[in-house]
Ligand binder design. Sequence first.
Ligand SMILES: Cc1cc2nc3c(=O)[nH]c(=O)nc-3n(C[C@H](O)[C@H](O)[C@H](O)COP(=O)(O)OP(=O)(O)OC[C@H]3O[C@@H](n4cnc5c(N)ncnc54)[C@H](O)[C@@H]3O)c2cc1C
Length: 558
Amino acid sequence: MPYRAPVTDITFCLDHIVGFDRVQAAPAFGDATTDVVQAILTEAGRICEEVIAPLNRAGDQTPAWLENGVVRTSPGYAEGYKAIADAGFVAISADPEYGGMGLPLTVTTAVNEMIGGACLALELNPLMSQGQIEALEHHASDAIKDLYLPKLTSGEWCGTMNLTEPQAGSDVGALTSKAVPNGDGTYAVSGQKIYISWGDHDMAENIVHLVLARLPGAPGGTKGISLFLVPKKIPDADGVPGVGNTLSVVSLEHKLGLHGSPTCVMQYDGAQGWLIGEENKGMAAMFTMMNNARLGVGVQGVSVAEAAYQHALAYAVDRKQGRTPVGDGTGCIIDHADVRRMLIEMKAEIFAARALTLDLAVSLDLAKTGDADARARAAFLTPIAKAYGTEVGMKVADRGIQIHGGMGVIEETGAAQFARDVRVTAIYEGTNGIQAMDLVGRKLMDGGTAAFALLDEIEDTAEGDLLAAAKALRQTTEDMVALDMNDRFGGGVPYLMAFARVLGAHYHTRAAATGDKTRVSLAHYHLSRLLPEAHAMMVQARCGSDGFYDLSADDFAA
Ligand SMILES: Cc1cc2nc3c(=O)[nH]c(=O)nc-3n(C[C@H](O)[C@H](O)[C@H](O)COP(=O)(O)OP(=O)(O)OC[C@H]3O[C@@H](n4cnc5c(N)ncnc54)[C@H](O)[C@@H]3O)c2cc1C
């Protein structure tokens, strides 16, 4: 089943759900007229359908490989990447001073969703560059910006992010990579990084690594981490890549899915690097990149969910099995009530997750225009969008397998690839557990102000079941704020998911208000079947860690 880019659904969300017109009204985004945005979405949809989607199976079947120290990419990936870069999709939101389009992140988010739906493994590459561009725009010196940003925005060079080390995964503060001043303003960066997405490849002239490392005498933990830019090939003053830096790819990880995306073990041996931002303030600079990537990864979940849904739907309208309860009884499996249940659940979840990611993107855009409320709103929505978007990706891909029956686990149908590819999205960019801890920890540090502001918005128009759920969530938020931190952490994931359910119902209610038959139906499903789950999640959230430590580690093994 060929991928069909969901331009219409995305446009519906922009026009009717997330208030994108507020972004368009901001002077900073004056170029983002409806005509321009539609032209970009339509062209992105076309490229995704015609050029990118056909690469998805190729990447799965012929994973990237390491050849004489260089990563070779899956068949067709270089052409696919070139189509993305040539269309300017790496730099939709990048600064026009360095060649970007300067358009809202919301437009990038919509385009990324389609590229990821067409081929997730390939989309991860421009996503990394986009995060790096934003980090450099905010934290790099003018000299670094002048040299690197034009190449990154054009897509001639690609960016990576290097945080993880064997002993430092979720606990980034445990990293031990070192950077020693060379005496000429540059640094010698040494250490090993693991799981580095697109750490090397043959699709670009140069690869620019952002690497977290410690300076001599730096404090322990996250307070002693600095950020360095380490190019694969050191460019001359004109931006011509010259001598190779002292870094190498040790090996590629063999993964469950996402085979087209090379995940590298990187070795830095005194590689020449440039400090980005201030000494020991590397986490702040990296957070610019990580927040961008958290939205981007939440979107990846939506991407795969949409593709897996389309795939399952095509199977359901074709496969005949048993007597169906409608028509003359000889219909296809889509006419069985349980298959319908799965399909409508998938469609309802995709809509809610898409609306949430676009809502977050709009808040981030408004925050850029100086709107402090939008900034707080975006900070609160970020972990929810990352975790819920990716949970929807996994759930929908899994339902897609179920709809295929036995064919779902036969690789030739392609249904299983979606589930394998999307699985890691719940793990990288901070596991979903870490997202929930961020939500109930840092994001409730304000005593619930940001959460209550969101609930005010929802309650403003809510009625009936949605109003009751929003009020229950308000009470649960007050209860969470009163809990000690480990109890909050114990209830973090159910709290996050309850919030996502209530937000989802809010978006669906807005959609139904347009009177469109499909939207009304989906909203009915969400409010009657999915929203009630929020109450059970809130019970779990309020239980905190109660009982979790009754069993010792030995008891678990007994
Ligand atoms: C395919 C792939 C691509 C990746 N790409 C990159 C990349 O480009 N750059 C990069 O730097 N990294 C990358 N990563 C690394 C990724 O970000 C980490 O895997 C992730 O942060 C989790 O770290 P970990 O694997 O060490 O798991 P761990 O941190 O060991 O976590 C194991 C489990 O324990 C839980 N846990 C850990 N600490 C806590 C805590 N304090 N409280 C509660 N629960 C906790 C986690 O939620 C998880 O369930 C990638 C990983 C993969 C698999």
